[in-house]
Design a protein. Structure first.
Length: 263
């Protein structure tokens, strides 16, 4: 059943607070009809999004797993590089805050073509702005998606002090086995203005798998966490990133909360 609620507590937003009562965001797909997951259906399911691009490459399917039920399946055509050719993208705004947990389930279907790598959903500030080589030089935003590189998961970061032309990678423990469900949990705490005390931690199936600390995601009091960026495609930009066969990833049970999920 679709859920959009929030946890009991308070979110500090700039110089004032907003009371919350339940998860900030909780989406599963149990109430969705089996079939193509169009932009129109997606907008209703997620209670409106900033923008979306599905291009008939996503659908609701039955997982045949009693714990998962209906799930979102995304298609990556053979030879497709970048979001125009493969996968889907959309941005869902969140109540701006200094810290959040993002929790979801993911399965790379059997026979998945990893190729060099590709993008996976994560939290951001500024929606999709800080990606594709666009640096947050003024510290007003950042992005913290995941990637797969070959069959290994990583954190893929754009932040104020980054030195590379494209995103910085933070390795995560383990390898991805196609045909198996994984639970990805991401915690982000912004740095205080003028300090290098930002922190990102990732758990995979409840096990600490990687982190980055003592750095600046943003400058001053800008760059609050304000977006969930659902971004998945092969790339990179060159053809050698492309899958060698049509492939699928399944997703389920997205949550954004201010409290650590139970493992």
């Amino acid at each position: 059943m679709k859920k959009i609620t929030s946890v009991i507590g308070f979110l500090l937003i700039s110089n004032f607070t907003i009371a919350q009562t339940g998860p900030v965001l909780h989406i599963d797909f149990e109430d969705m009809p089996i079939g193509v997951y169009t932009d129109s259906i997606l907008n209703k399911n997620w209670n409106g999004v900033k923008w979306s691009s599905t291009k008939e490459r996503s659908e609701i399917v039955t997982s045949f797993d009693p714990e998962r039920g209906k799930v979102l399946q995304v298609y990556f055509p053979k030879g497709a590089v970048g979001p125009e050719q493969g996968g889907i993208q959309f941005v869902k705004n969140l109540p701006p805050a200094n810290e959040y947990y993002l929790d979801y389930y993911i399965k790379f279907e059997r026979g998945f073509s990893f190729s060099i790598g590709g993008k996976l959903p994560g939290l951001t500030s500024g929606g999709a702005k800080y990606s594709g080589g666009v640096h947050p030089d003024e510290g007003e935003g950042w992005s913290a998606r995941y990637m797969w590189v070959k069959n290994k998961p990583i954190i893929y970061l754009y932040y104020v002090d980054m030195q590379l032309k494209y995103g910085e990678t933070v390795p995560l423990m383990g390898e991805i086995e196609p045909g198996k469900w994984y639970r990805f949990t991401q915690y982000i705490r912004l740095n205080d203005p003028g300090k290098k005390n930002g922190y990102i931690q990732v758990w995979i199936d409840g096990v600490k798998s990687g982190y980055k600390k003592k750095f600046r995601l943003r400058l001053e009091d800008k760059g609050l966490i304000d977006s969930f960026y659902f971004s998945t495609f092969h790339g990179g930009a060159s053809e050698d990133w492309a899958p060698v066969r049509g492939s699928y990833i399944r997703f389920d049970d997205f949550k954004v909360t201010t409290e650590k999920p139970d493992f």
